[in-house]
Design a protein around this ligand. Structure first.
Ligand code: GTR
Length: 332
């Protein structure tokens, strides 16, 4: 008997039936959309997408609804994205990292030290630059709906505090599956180990890796702080999350419903930002309360090494223009 994995089952169901049947679930109602998230149910991204689903339902008098499969139960972000492009999932909330290999324009907000602050990131991506990056996904079977906050990513590890790039030499650090992240960590002299998020805790506990990099809420919710007890605030990335819809599902909607989907996604952004800011505070308390040694870092030597690699990832003239426009929005 051929044993099929979760991914094959999902893709197979989507391709053969048209009406998706999730493994272990009853057949879905024609108006109940599906969405995936790698994070647990109470994480801000999941809550924001749930809120989006409520708006959708209210604004269509219950004709359209949404079920969010959280906690990575449908697979890691790269796999669920692929399923979304096939129409096996209607929506997906992912980080920009797995989109980096699909569409080069998404590398722009993922460039280390591009944004000087959360305010700068929000302002740039709330402008038509953000709209253009979201629109670039359409040729890959995805409708980019909005960006959500993801705070600042910094390095954590089990060996000791990182103050300068020299402290990173020889460290084995997990990164998401994106060439840009691999290059970023290599530029600092550490070894990059691409791996899905759900494997990080175990790999840290078993010493397969020494550390990783992420924002406060992910560092907390994955319980990575229990095993990697040094958190060094390099704040090298302020790349956002993305909320996308399958173009196959999108094309089945009326123009009026497409408008409701777009607007509801946009309206979930301020809600998410409030939840996010609160969650960062909460996670900081949990992590520092658990005795994790947190240290501030002078970003200068990191910035120098990590901005050198920008040109390897943004080489197309129009993308360079977008980068320049983002830089022009800096205050400092
Ligand atoms: C988190 C992000 C997730 C995932 C994760 C990772 O900050 O919210 O979507 O991409 O990082 O490092 O894999």
């Amino acid at each position: 008997m051929i044993k099929l994995g979760r991914r094959e089952l999902l893709v197979g169901a989507a391709l053969t039936s048209g009406a998706l049947i999730l493994p272990g679930c009853a057949p879905r109602l024609s108006n109940l959309f599906t969405s995936a998230d790698t994070h647990v149910k109470d994480y801000p991204t999941v809550q924001a997408v749930e809120y989006f689903g409520q708006l959708l339902s209210e604004r269509t008098d219950g004709r359209l609804g949404l079920k969010v499969y959280s906690g990575g139960q449908l697979g890691n972000e790269s796999d669920t994205l692929e399923i979304t492009t096939f129409g096996g999932l209607d929506f997906n909330r992912v980080n920009l990292a797995p989109l980096n290999s699909i569409e080069a324009t998404t590398r722009i907000p993922s460039l280390p030290f591009l944004f000087e602050s959360t305010e700068h990131m929000r302002k740039s991506l709330d402008s038509e630059i953000g709209d253009e990056i979201l629109a670039s996904l359409e040729r890959h079977g995805l409708i980019g709906l909005c960006f959500y906050d993801s705070g600042a990513r910094s390095f954590y590890n089990s060996r000791g505090p990182i103050n300068t790039p020299e402290d990173m030499r020889g460290l084995k650090l997990r990164v998401p599956g994106s060439d840009l992240y691999v290059a970023m960590v290599k530029a600092l002299g550490a070894d990059a180990v691409p791996m899905p998020l759900d494997e990080v805790y175990q790999s840290l506990s078993q010493g397969v890796i020494d550390g990783a990099e992420n924002n406060w809420p992910s560092f907390e919710s994955g319980r990575h702080y229990e095993v990697a007890t040094y958190y060094s605030l390099t704040r090298h990335l302020l790349a956002p999350e993305a909320f996308v819809m399958s173009k196959i599902s999108w094309d089945k909607l009326s123009t009026a419903d497409q408008q409701v989907v777009r607007q509801s996604a946009k309206d979930s952004v301020p809600y998410m930002r409030k939840l996010w800011d609160r969650q960062v505070e909460k996670s900081m308390k949990v992590i520092t309360g658990a005795g994790v040694k947190v240290n501030m870092v002078d970003p200068a030597p990191f910035t120098e090494l990590m901005t050198d690699m920008w040109s390897d990832f943004v080489d197309e003239p129009h993308q360079k223009v977008l980068v320049d426009r983002i830089l022009a929005m800096r205050k400092g």
